[in-house]
Design a protein around this ligand. Structure first.
Ligand code: ARG
Ligand code: ZN
Length: 876
């Protein structure tokens, strides 16, 4: 059956890349916008790049009704072209010509949300990766750049605002209530960066003065009901603009920068030139509706899309295999921006948590692929944690290797060499090499090789001679289609700590390396000998998580408790603290009669709780136990039930031992609502405290009362939702009244209502399956709105007890919904379906059930290419 699905899937291969035969010198588009039927007139000026024109030229097109086709003004006869599944084939194209096409598209029935679609009375577009071909016939590929002129006509009453990329050139009226606007984008761009928006909005405005003194108009377009929730986005945008000037010397290039928010969006946001389109989730923030995490996400996504203006737009991609060239690099840039705005240590912990939650499992299962994949059927399936987050880690390793100054010199070279071009990852590395003077070729292997490397560390100290030898070795396990792995360059940031946690001078041979340095592990195995160390030392390795690897240290039992208390690198301290918890939990799973919490973890927690938390955000990270998913990753076969039971037992045990401190902190950390990092950290830690208090038998009733009070009286969504979530997800507590209250209060606010849907699906009890089924027929459920779909199906799949029910009922239910969703929104269906790749690590019974669901889905008639590809790869 794999063969059957695969046979129907056409793969695009990296090695088959060919430069386009034609360039598009200029693109002019004219739209007569209407939700039911929109007419698009395209005028493309084409020029052949070869000495002789080819036999034919294919313009991509999908779901287009062709009305008229003209070549240099003449109607093209039916014998001169064919309509194919994938577009239009024009025979005997001249060396240079103008092609005019007139097509119809139907935004209101476009439920895929790719191309031009209607949502909430607004018309808008999403073209990355290949949505533009659903708007007009085109050379829809990223290496085909053109300046665009776009004229929009629409009814003034329904669509008072008409937006497209670039600068507004002219506006006017069309008889009987119509109007038009013409936009010109002087920066040549590929079609995936095209956007238009038509609708009624309120606009929140600001401006930014660039380093060279130009004033840029900043505009955020939102529905009337979101009027007061744009300040965070505007502030973040201004800070991102200033940061890119300061850190990279990059200035914005158009007169205005527009951001439009929509509730109906497949992904997070899109960096269309000068006209970003955002999921409302990453734009809106007000204290009453957004949590602290939401505020942080808005800041980072606004920055991410802004940074794309240089890394993605001014320098774009040659082909989709290079996706990480813009995404990995831009994620690295937004992570660094957030680290500079907030706490660097806590930011790094959050980034690594996310990498481990999403990318490590991907890299360890059937969907594993290199950061630069070799082939795809549907490119939308490759907007993955590997391309984004692991891609960012590669750039970070290069940054660590070069140091900030040489990295900056390399980036300067990248921008000056390739501005206005569509390039490859090789081009990126060669520019970094030219600018920095360093050889980076070995890093190409990180882009080509899938799988998470394991690094093993051994060391030995001789107090007599004062020498400490460190031995590191690496290996990467096989992944689908890549049995043999090569050696990677792995930067290892190290320090040596004495018994009091003080960093010791690092001397290797005659080199004095300060008290922290980066060693390059470039061989399967390597040794370093440090001298002059007459006091016992412990190596602190991979500080700041200097490489996306799994560390296995032979001295773990001794080093982890020490580092969990004394390491001065926040990431490393947290990492070792987590390691204690993991050890404790795995030990308990192996031997459930064990007393919890045992020595090391208990002492580490005692050390943290013995003093008032000066850095509450960091404390909250330390005291949050690893997730059930992450624990599962530590096991050969994921013991779903045992993990859940162990984690709950440990939470209870810690709550019992440290209950009084937790209560005192909960009380003492209360404060007025503010949005600075310290206040956010206090709220975060209070939430962790409350979650422990609710499982402390002695304090539980008091904790429930406190949580209910917090829910009722909070003046902000962060505290309200925290209390609400804990109570609603507490399966021993009846919170139907809260559910009702929350629904009544927030039913008209989609983003908050999403939480009403998702929170109740976090209840770890069998009845949640019925709850999910009921929510799918709730009047506020809408299959066409991806946020809402994810708030049910995504939340469902994230609930281990219910999704992984031993009888397979969770998988079957999920599979049926994916089947239905595939007919509406294949992109979102395929993305949600990736959780079905987890079967190889499940027990035999669950594995059988999950494979059964995959096989059943694969037999669906009219399976989308998106879902077919995911299923077929899941089966390998
Ligand atoms: N380029 C967008 C970003 O900033 C992602 C858009 C992806 N959309 C899609 N349909 N694949 O990350
Ligand atoms: Zn991006």
């Amino acid at each position: 059956m794999t063969a059957a699905i695969m046979a129907s899937i056409q793969l695009v291969r990296h090695e088959d890349y060919r430069a386009p035969d034609y360039e598009i010198v200029a693109t002019a588009l004219e739209f007569w916008l209407d939700a039911d039927t929109t007419e698009v007139l395209a005028e493309l000026r084409l020029r052949c790049r070869l000495p002789e024109p080819p036999e034919y030229l294919i313009f991509q097109g999908e779901s287009l009704d062709l009305l008229e086709l003209r070549l240099d003004g003449q109607v093209v006869g039916a014998d001169r072209y064919d309509l194919l599944d994938e577009g239009l084939r024009l025979h005997h194209p001249p060396q240079a010509f103008t092609l005019n096409s007139r097509v119809r598209v139907h935004p209101a029935t476009n439920t895929q949300l790719s191309g031009l679609y209607a949502a909430d009375g607004v018309l808008l577009t999403q073209c990355e990766a290949e949505g533009f071909r659903r708007i007009t016939y085109y050379l829809d590929r990223p290496d085909c750049l053109a300046p665009f002129t776009v004229t929009l006509h629409a009814d003034r009453e329904h669509y008072p605002m008409l937006l497209a990329n670039g600068n507004l050139e002219a506006t006017g009226t069309d008889g009987q209530g119509g109007h038009w606007a013409r936009w010109h984008d002087p920066f040549p761009k590929p079609s995936y960066l095209f956007a238009l928006v038509a609708g009624r909005f309120v606009v929140e405005r600001d401006h930014f003065t660039t380093q060279s003194g130009r004033s840029v108009a900043l505009e955020v377009y939102v529905a009337e009901r979101y009027r007061d929730a744009c300040q965070r986005a505007l502030d973040s945008l201004k800070r991102a603009m200033a940061w890119d000037e300061r850190v990279y010397g990059r200035e914005y290039d158009l007169e205005r920068y527009m951001i439009v928010a929509t509730d109906s969006f497949n992904m997070g946001a899109m960096e269309n030139k000068g006209l970003n389109i955002f999921n409302t989730k990453y734009v809106l923030a007000s204290p009453e509706t957004a949590t602290d995490d939401d505020y942080l996400h808005v800041e980072s996504v606004i920055a991410h899309e802004y940074f794309h203006n240089w890394t993605g737009n001014r320098v774009t991609l040659r082909d989709w295999f290079q996706l990480s060239l813009k995404e990995g690099l831009t994620v690295f840039r937004d992570q660094e921006f957030s680290a500079d705005q907030n706490s660097r240590g806590v930011q790094r912990i959050a980034d690594v948590r996310r990498l481990r939650a999403a990318q490590f499992p991907e890299d360890a299962g059937p969907l594993a692929h290199p950061v630069r994949p070799d082939a795809y059927a549907e490119i939308n399936n490759f907007y993955t944690a590997t391309v984004y987050e692991k891609g960012a880690e590669i750039v970070r390793m290069i940054h660590t290797t070069l140091g900030p100054e040489r990295f900056r010199a390399g980036m300067d070279a990248y921008f000056s060499r390739f501005d206005g071009q569509a390039v490859t990852i090789e081009d990126f590395l060669s520019a970094l090499e030219a600018g920095s003077g360093c050889d980076l070729q070995a890093f190409m292997r990180w882009y080509a090789q899938a799988g998470t490397p394991r690094v093993e560390a051994k060391w030995q100290q001789d107090l007599e001679t004062g020498s400490l030898s460190l031995e590191l070795s690496q290996r990467t396990p096989a992944t689908p289609g890549q049995a043999d792995k090569t050696t990677l360059p792995i930067p290892v940031r190290v320090a040596l700590l004495d018994r009091a946690g003080r960093r010791q001078p690092l001397r290797v041979g005659n080199d004095d390396l300060g008290t922290e340095t980066v060693l390059m592990l470039t061989q399967p195995q390597q040794d370093w000998t440090f001298t002059g160390l007459h006091e016992p030392c412990v190596p602190s390795l991979f500080r700041g998580f200097s490489a996306p690897i799994i560390l296995e240290r032979s001295d773990a039992v001794l080093a982890e408790p020490f580092l969990a208390r004394h390491d001065d690198d926040p990431f490393s301290r947290w990492e070792n603290f987590q390691a204690l918890a993991i050890r404790e939990l795995l030990g308990y799973i192996a031997e459930p009669t064990r007393a919890l919490p045992s020595g090391d973890l208990r002492e580490a927690v005692a050390a943290v709780t013995s003093q008032w938390p000066e850095d509450p955000a960091f404390c909250a990270e330390l005291l949050t136990l690893p997730t059930e998913d992450y624990l599962g990753e530590q096991m050969e076969i994921i013991q779903v039930d045992a993990i859940h039971a162990a984690r709950e037992s440990l939470r209870r045990a810690l709550a019992m031992v440290f209950g009084d401190t937790f209560m005192a902190w909960y009380q003492g950390l209360a404060g007025t609502y503010q949005l600075d990092g310290l206040s956010m950290g206090r709220r975060r830690l209070r939430q962790v405290m409350l979650s422990y208090l609710l499982v402390n038998d002695r304090l539980r009733w008091e904790a429930i009362a406190l949580a209910r009070l917090q829910y009722a009286e909070a003046d902000n969504m962060s505290e309200r939702l925290a209390a609400y979530t804990l109570l609603v997800q507490d399966i021993h507590h009846d919170s139907e009244d809260l559910l009702m209250d929350f629904y009544q209060t927030w039913r008209h606010h989609p983003l908050v209502l999403d939480r009403w849907f998702s929170t109740q699906l976090g209840r770890e009890e069998p009845a949640t399956l019925h709850r999910a089924a009921n929510l799918l027929v709730h009047p506020d459920f809408d299959w066409r709105v991806p946020n809402r779909v994810r708030s049910v199906l995504g939340a469902f799949a994230a609930n281990p007890t219910v999704f992984h029910a031993a009888d397979g009922s969770g998988y079957r239910f999920f599979g049926e919904q994916i089947r239905h969703l595939d007919g509406i929104n294949p992109q979102t269906a395929a993305r949600l379906a990736t959780v079905l790749s987890r079967w190889p690590r499940l027990d035999a019974q669950r594995r059988g059930h999950m494979q059964g669901v995959i096989a059943e889905l694969a037999r669906k008639p009219a399976l989308s290419r998106d879902l077919a590809e995911v299923l077929s790869r899941c089966q390998d």
